[in-house]
Design a binder for this molecule. Structure first.
Ligand code: PMP
Length: 396
C-alpha cells in the first residue's frame, strides 16, 4: 500500500547524523555532541517547594485551560527582563508564551513561508530551525560568515539580487553551532540593511544571557524602528528546558498571527508550567541562578579551550566563545568530519559533524563541541582522545 503523504514531507528525512549520534549514548563514549544544560544545576529543591506553593495558592487555575497569549504575570516578568537584558522597550502585551522557542521557529515558518520562498540564514545555522522551516518547503540562501558572524556586505549583495526573500533567520548571540557573537557595528549595519529592504527578521536568542566576559550588546529587537524583528526567547538554557517555556516578542501585527497559529497548534502553553516558572521568579533570584550557571560553564569552556590548545594538532581553527554552550572547529578543507567521527567513536569520543548545519550542504570539514554538560575529568580525557584521532588524520 502506498500511503500518500503531503508533498512537504518529501524534503523531511531523518538525518544520518541522528543515527551516528545514537552511538554516543553508550556511557563509555565521552560525547561533546549534546547541547544540554548541566542537570546538576537545576533548582530541584526550589521547584519542589514551588510546585506545592502553586497548587496550594492557585491549584484550580494551574490545572485549568488558560489564555493563548500566556499567564500575565509570567509575561510581565519576561517584559521586565527583556527591557533590562535586551535593552528593549516592551510590555507584556508584546509577548506570546510558546512551548519552547522551538515552537516560535515553527510558527515563523507557518506565518511567513510559502513553498519556494527564500529564507536567508547564517552559514552555518541551527539545525533545529532549518528543520522547522523545511516543513514549509522554502529555499535557503546561506549568507557567508566570519569570526564576527554574518557578513553584512554579502547580505546586502544577496538582497540586491534576489526578490523572493521572505524572512531572515539569525542568532546574533553565542550562535549555535559556532559560539560566535555579532559585534555592535554589525548589528547596526544589519538593521540599516533590513530597514532598506523591509524583510522580517527572526532573532533567535536562547543563549544571550550566558555571557561569561565582554560587554553585553543590545538585541536587534531593541534597534528595530520599523516593526520587522521577531525576538524568540527561552527559559531552557537559563533555567530548565523541561518546562518547555519560551516566548515570542513581536510587533503587534505579526504577534497576532503567531497567536492565531498557537491557537490552532495547541491552544496554549501548559498553565502549570507557566505558573511555576513565574512563581520561581517571584520568590527566588533568577539572576543569581544565571550567575551560577555562568560560573560553571565559563570554567568548563576555559578548561576545554586550554586542553584543545595542548592536545589538538596544529593547522585547525576553532572559536573562542564569550558565552553560550559551543565551540566550532574547522579542519583543513580536504578532511571530512563525518568520516573522522567513525574513528572517534572507536576511541569513545564524539562531536556533531558540521555538514548538517549548512542547509545546502557541501561543507564537511567542521564540527561542533559542547562544554556545558561534562565533568572536568571527562573534558580533559575526551579532548585528549579527540586530539589523538585528529593527529592521525592530519598527518596523512
Ligand atoms: N534556538 C536555538 C539556537 C537553540 O540552540 C535551541 C535549543 N537547542 C532552540 C532555539 C530551542 O530551544 P527551546 O525550544 O528549548 O527553547
Amino acid at each position: 500500500m502506498a500511503i500518500k503523504f503531503a508533498r512537504r514531507m518529501k524534503g523531511l528525512k531523518g538525518s544520518e547524523i541522528r543515527e551516528l549520534l545514537k552511538l554516543t549514548e553508550n556511557p563509555e563514549v565521552i560525547s561533546f555532541a549534546g547541547g544540554l544544560p548541566a542537570p546538576e544545576l537545576f533548582p530541584i529543591e526550589e521547584m519542589k517547594k514551588i510546585s506545592t506553593l502553586v497548587l496550594e495558592e492557585s491549584g484550580a487555575a494551574a490545572l485549568q485551560y488558560s489564555t493563548t497569549e500566556g499567564f500575565p504575570a509570567l509575561r510581565e516578568h519576561i517584559a521586565d527582563r527583556m527591557n533590562s537584558k535586551n535593552k528593549t522597550n516592551i510590555t507584556k502585551d508584546d509577548i506570546l508564551i510558546t512551548n519552547g522557542s522551538q515552537q516560535g521557529l515553527d510558527f515563523a515558518g507557518k506565518v511567513f513561508l510559502d513553498e519556494d520562498d527564500v529564507v536567508l540564514c547564517e552559514s552555518p545555522s541551527y539545525l533545529g530551525a532549518l528543520n522547522a522551516f523545511k516543513a514549509y518547503s522554502p529555499k535557503f540562501i546561506e549568507v557567508p560568515t566570519d569570526q564576527h558572524g554574518m557578513k553584512m556586505d554579502e547580505l546586502e549583495k544577496i538582497l540586491e539580487t534576489t526578490d523572493r526573500v521572505k524572512m531572515i533567520y539569525v542568532i546574533p548571540d553565542f550562535q549555535n553551532p559556532t559560539g560566535r557573537t555579532w559585534p555592535m557595528e554589525r548589528r547596526q549595519k544589519f538593521m540599516e540593511i533590513i530597514n532598506k529592504f523591509e524583510i522580517p527578521v527572526i532573532e533567535d536568542n536562547p543563549y544571550g544571557e550566558l555571557r561569561f566576559e565582554g560587554e553585553n550588546l543590545p538585541s536587534l529587537k531593541s534597534m528595530d524602528m520599523k516593526g520587522l524583528v521577531v525576538f524568540l526567547g527561552s527559559f531552557s538554557k537559563i533555567f530548565c528546558p523541561g518546562y518547555r517555556i519560551g516566548w515570542t516578542c513581536a510587533p503587534k501585527e505579526i504577534l497576532s498571527k503567531f497567536v492565531f497559529v498557537k491557537q490552532g497548534a495547541d491552544l496554549q502553553a501548559s498553565s502549570i508550567s507557566q505558573r511555576e516558572v513565574s512563581k520561581f521568579m517571584d520568590i527566588y533570584d533568577l539572576d543569581a541562578h544565571v550567575e551560577k550557571l555562568k560560573e560553571v560553564y565559563s570554567r568548563r569552556r576555559d578548561l576545554m579551550l586550554d586542553t584543545m590548545a595542548k592536545e589538538l594538532p596544529e593547522g585547525l581553527e576553532y572559536t573562542h566563545p564569550e558565552g553560550g554552550l559551543f565551540t566550532w572547529v574547522e579542519l583543513p578543507s580536504h578532511l571530512n568530519a563525518k568520516v573522522i567521527m567513525q574513528d572517534c567513536l572507536k576511541n569513545n569520543v564524539a562531536y556533531v559533524p558540521g555538514g548538517s548545519f549548512f542547509p545546502n550542504g557541501g561543507k564537511e570539514n567542521c564540527f561542533r563541541l559542547n562544554y556545558s554538560t561534562m565533568t572536568d575529568e571527562r573534558i580533559v580525557e575526551g579532548i585528549t582522545r579527540l586530539g589523538a584521532v585528529l593527529k592521525q588524520h592530519m598527518e596523512v
